[in-house]
Structures are given as structure tokens and as C-alpha cells.
Ligand binder design. Structure first.
Ligand code: PBG
Length: 322
């Protein structure tokens, strides 16, 4: 006697019935890059099909997001002005703050999440305050909290700190609560690795570090137990959602996180993961639809409740038959 596994694979109807993981556009969060200036919608060379938008053109991408059936966006600002302390990141008229107000006035129901970090806004390109050539953790917390509060004040639903300083979730939660933003959630980039797969993003956001690397704050790709310690700390500090980033090389981390914690788990399908497929498709090596669906399904199967992906609009449109 042997099992007839193929019985449940013999027709697409049966395969549909027994499928364990089903993707929907509701799983996706779409990253949006906002630049200063007017009337700009310019394709990002390292992220084909994704654009830099000026604030006045944001309604177009919001329409696209709705059309794709996606409910949330993650905003990234590309400012004109950088300095040592990232002042343009907590300026009331900073690029992200303006973008939040524009999107919310146009589409109040869209979930607006903001990346809270300093690297695009600092002249040195690091995610914190640099003192004597090192990233000063506790000094950075003051600035990161200010950025988060300024996003909340502009109307963000959720703030997502991606700096990997210790204690940032607690500092942000406290600052938000003190300013009356108890309703604003914190999606923490809890297990964010010092990954080579951020390359295309750093081109898009002009955020590459000007000296050294991010290995003193982002995690070593070799560690998973340490990731659990990071997540545990974020749960205790008051995070509402835990994130694993990148996704593909870290499916085990997503799975462990899902099994250990009861908070929603987000996975960031990062720029390098997207670009790998795009480039292979352009070279005629992969079928894009199949490859993208397989990648995203594997992330959900590993345990992610939501996936931040540059494919959100394209895949959402495929799913809606548009
Ligand atoms: C900012 C930030 C980065 C990404 C998201 N937020 C870059 C980095 O840490 O260097 C990467 C996103 C991607 O690659 O898609 N700290």
C-alpha cells in the first residue's frame, strides 16, 4: 500500500480546494517613494515599474493602490536637504509629512504607514546620530521619537521604525502617548538584517552610508535566536506588529516568529528580492507571474500576515484580472 498523493492534484478544481495558502491583495503593503518638486512621476531605474512621486502626483498612485485592491502603503521620503541630525525628517513641512497630509485628504481610509528612520535624511547616511564615528544609540532615540511624533501629527495610522536602535519602540510609544497619539500603532522592523538585498532601495532612496556599514545596528544574517530576543523586546516595549526583513532568505525567521508570538507578523520582501526576479524576467529566464506568485506565496506560507512588496500593484492587478 502506498499513498495516492496525486489524487488531490489531478485537476485545477481539486487543487484549488486543497490549497493551504491563498494570497490576496489584502495581504500586501505597497512602498511609495516621495520626492520634493512638482509634477514628478519618474520610474526608479533600480525598481522597474515603481516610481518617485512628487506630493501633487500622489493621488495617482493612491488610485492605483485602490485599483489593485491593496489597503496599505508604506511611505518613504527622499528629501532635498540632509544634515547631521536629519532635521528634514521631523520638519512639519518635511516631504513625508506633506505626503501623509495629501494622501489622507484624498483617501482617508487608506492605511498610511511611515518608515521612521534617519538614513535618507542624514549627510552621513547612517540610521542614527553619529558621535566620534560611532552611532550613538540613546541620542538617536530622541530624534527617532521626534520623527515618529511628527508623522503621527501629520496623520499617519502607523509608524514603522527601521533604524534598529535598542529601546526605540519604547521611546516611540512613550512619545506618541505623551502627545496624545495613543491610537497610532507601531510596526517594528524587529528583525532587520544587515543584508546585501537592500542595494536597489539605497539607490532609490539615496540612503547608502557614506562611511562604514550598518553591521553595528542591523542584525547578522547568521542569527535567528538573536532575532527572537529582538522580537521579545519589541513585544515588551509595546510594538503592535513585528516585522522580519528581508523575507526570502529569512523564511525560517518568519516561521519561528509566527510560532512564538501572537502579534501580527509582517515580512518585507525587499528591493533586491524584487529586482532579482525582474532582471531574470528581462533576461528571458523566468515567467514573471509564476515566479512572483511563488515568491509571495512562500512568504505567506512561512507565516507572514502581511507582505510589504514592490509587486503589490502588479500582482494585485493580476489577481483582480485588471
Ligand atoms: C531604511 C530602510 C532600508 C530599507 C527600508 N528602510 C534600507 C537600509 O536599511 O539600508 C530597505 C528596503 C528595501 O531594500 O526594499 N533604514
Amino acid at each position: 500500500m502506498f499513498a495516492r498523493h496525486r489524487r488531490l492534484r489531478q485537476s485545477s478544481g481539486i487543487r484549488d480546494l486543497v490549497r493551504e495558502t491563498v494570497l490576496t491583495p489584502l495581504d500586501f503593503i505597497y512602498p511609495v517613494f516621495v520626492v520634493e518638486g512638482e509634477n514628478i512621476k519618474q520610474e526608479i531605474p533600480t525598481l522597474p515599474g515603481n516610481y518617485h512621486y512628487s506630493v501633487d502626483r500622489l493621488p495617482e498612485v493612491v488610485e492605483e493602490v485602490h485599483k489593485a485592491g491593496v489597503r496599505g502603503i508604506l511611505l518613504f521620503g527622499v528629501p532635498d536637504y540632509k544634515d547631521e541630525i536629519a532635521s528634514s525628517a521631523f520638519d512639519e513641512n518635511g516631504i513625508v509629512q506633506k505626503a501623509i497630509r495629501r494622501v489622507k485628504s484624498f483617501s482617508p481610509e487608506l492605511v498610511v504607514i511611515t518608515d521612521v528612520c534617519m538614513c535618507q535624511y542624514t549627510s552621513h547616511g547612517h540610521c542614527g546620530i553619529v558621535k566620534d564615528g560611532v552611532i550613538d544609540n540613546d541620542e538617536s532615540l530622541k530624534f527617532i521619537s521626534k520623527i515618529a511624533v511628527s508623522h503621527a501629527r501629520a496623520g499617519a495610522d502607523m509608524v514603522a521604525p527601521s533604524d534598529m536602535m535598542d529601546g526605540r519602540v519604547q521611546a516611540i510609544r512613550k512619545a506618541l502617548d505623551q502627545e496624545g497619539f495613543t491610537h497610532v500603532s507601531v510596526m517594528s522592523y524587529s528583525a532587520k538584517y544587515a543584508s546585501a538585498f537592500y542595494g536597489p532601495f539605497r539607490e532609490a532612496a539615496h540612503s547608502a552610508p557614506q562611511f562604514g556599514d550598518r553591521k553595528t545596528y542591523q542584525m547578522d544574517p547568521a542569527n535567528i535566536r538573536q532575532a527572537m530576543r529582538e522580537m521579545e523586546a519589541d513585544v515588551e516595549e509595546g510594538a503592535d506588529i513585528l516585522m522580519v526583513k528581508p523575507a526570502l532568505s529569512y523564511l525560517d525567521v518568519i516561521r519561528w516568529a509566527r510560532d512564538r508570538f501572537d502579534l501580527p507578523i509582517a515580512a518585507y520582501n525587499v528591493s533586491g528580492e524584487f529586482a532579482m526576479i525582474k532582471v531574470a524576467v528581462q533576461a528571458g529566464l523566468l515567467n514573471e507571474k509564476d515566479a512572483a506568485m511563488e515568491m509571495l506565496t512562500s512568504i505567506k506560507r512561512a507565516g507572514a500576515n502581511m507582505i510589504i512588496t514592490y509587486y503589490a500593484l502588479e500582482v494585485g492587478r493580476w489577481m483582480n484580472g485588471k
